[in-house]
Design a protein around this ligand. Structure first.
Ligand code: HEC
Ligand code: HEC
Ligand code: HEC
Ligand code: HEC
Length: 322
């Protein structure tokens, strides 16, 4: 948006039609839909491609080869929460409710002034200048909603699941913030809880009476959902696509941050071959043998070319004669 630069407003990109703000909650162009090399914009303007086209790089054409598989944001937002702004990365509700010996609420901040513990809310973690995490994403995600049963899952429960993978031509590698935490759930009904938080003392509100079971019973009744009377905590992940805070072009993610053997930005995306990162095992072990073979083939080929070209010459001479 850069006040000293183009000084865009939110609605320069988030064009609204009939009160609908363009963006993933209402109407979002799929990443692949904007493909034309437009000199100006296509009237939608939400996607980077709407203004820049899919081939915006004049100097380095190899970058344009990436845009069908790597989202613009993956290279142009090298880090998020830049410029002294912290972002919340972790929220553990299971540690809420602790009191001092005198029975008073505890509030703790870190050196930068970020709230890291509150009796009402539990532990929190913050970070700045964060390298995003990268996943395949085709613009759609499915959400776990209020009242949904918690599905069988490995690792943390995903509150939203990203759609798309390497085989999906509409999907790109996209940068995300992953918000991690622990939240109250009902282990019998297998449902995230809707606790009653805010209210006066004696009403059962968690922030006044500090009783999860009471707060959950009231909240779930109010929401019209079943509650077994049991409260436990579950590790949750939520994926937030990163799309604002495009950095100056000089700070774009460099080739070697992805195309490298160890600890590259795409280290976790293993379903495809990435030059410079992956080795083809067979090629590795056959490497020298193949090189030798290639050399032999080259020699043979050169030999054949020599004989055939001398034959052609002869042919031409003959042709000329007739
Ligand atoms: C340069 C273009 C641009 C500008 C300017 C811009 N946005 Fe966005 N914004 C985007 C794009 C692209 C997305 C990603 C599309 C999507 O997933 O909805 C997005 C996503 C969002 C989202 C959804 C975030 C999420 O959870 O995925 C919100 C909310 C939002 N913008 C608000 C704003 C506000 C408020 C402003 C002004 C302060 C603003 N935007 C300015 C381009 C822009
Ligand atoms: C509403 C139109 C519009 C949208 C949408 C838009 N841009 Fe731009 N962008 C511009 C214009 C205009 C410039 C300045 C002219 C130029 O450098 O091409 C610019 C400049 C840039 C630059 C060069 C910055 C520099 O250091 O000189 C980058 C990189 C960039 N945009 C990336 C993006 C990315 C990534 C997105 C999507 C998140 C995006 N833009 C969305 C219009 C737009
Ligand atoms: C693989 C990483 C990568 C991807 C993907 C990528 N860019 Fe870039 N982009 C760069 C780098 C690096 C530069 C600066 C060096 C250069 O231009 O050669 C750059 C430069 C730019 C510039 C400035 C161009 C100029 O000539 O001054 C714009 C605008 C831009 N990118 C927009 C985009 C848009 C829009 C997309 C998505 C369609 C995109 N980029 C995708 C890495 C990338
Ligand atoms: C954000 C990570 C990222 C960055 C930065 C990046 N690449 Fe890539 N690159 C990829 C991915 C992912 C693929 C594989 C795409 C596919 O399989 O279609 C790829 C493929 C390639 C390929 C093979 C495919 C082709 O188009 O020839 C080359 C060569 C390449 N990149 C060179 C570069 C160079 C040079 C730079 C820097 C100017 C660069 N890459 C920056 C992610 C990246």
């Amino acid at each position: 948006m850069d006040m000293k630069g183009l000084n865009y407003s939110c609605t320069t990109c988030h064009v609204t039609k009939a009160h609908k703000i363009s963006g993933r909650y209402y109407s979002r162009p799929a990443p692949g839909r904007h493909q034309l090399a437009l000199p100006a914009d296509d009237g939608e303007r939400l996607a980077c491609e709407s203004c820049h086209s899919r081939r915006p790089h004049k100097k380095t054409d190899i970058l344009n080869h990436h845009t069908d598989r790597v989202a613009c944001q993956s290279c142009h937002i090298p880090r998020y929460a830049r410029g002294g702004i912290f972002t919340k990365m972790w929220w553990d509700w299971s540690t809420a409710g602790k009191l001092t010996e005198a029975g008073k609420a505890i509030v703790k901040n870190d050196k930068s002034g970020n709230l890291i513990y509150h009796t009402k809310k539990g532990d929190m973690g913050w970070a700045e200048n964060v390298v995003p995490e990268y996943f395949w994403y085709n613009g759609s995600m499915s959400y776990l909603q209020e009242g949904d049963r918690i599905p069988a899952h490995d690792g943390p429960l995903e509150l939203n699941s990203l759609q798309g993978n390497y085989a999906d031509p509409g999907a790109r590698i996209f940068p995300f913030k992953v918000m991690r935490g622990k939240q109250p759930y009902d282990p019998v009904e297998r449902m995230l809880l809707v606790p009653y938080l805010f209210g006066k003392k004696g009403t059962g509100a968690y922030w006044a009476d500090a009783d999860w079971v009471k707060a959950a019973a009231i909240g779930m009744r109010e929401a019209g959902l079943p509650f077994s009377g049991k409260v436990d905590f579950i590790r949750t992940d939520m994926y937030w696509p990163i799309t604002h805070m495009v950095a100056p072009k000089e700070s774009s993610v460099e080739c070697a941050e992805c195309h490298r053997r160890d600890n590259g930005r795409l280290a976790k995306l293993t379903s495809f071959y990435l030059p410079g990162r992956d080795r083809w095992q067979l090629l590795d072990s056959l490497g020298w043998g193949l090189l030798g073979l290639t050399f032999l083939v080259l020699l043979l080929h050169a030999g054949l070319r020599l004989t055939s070209s001398s034959r052609r010459k002869n042919g031409n001479v003959q042709g000329g004669k007739s």
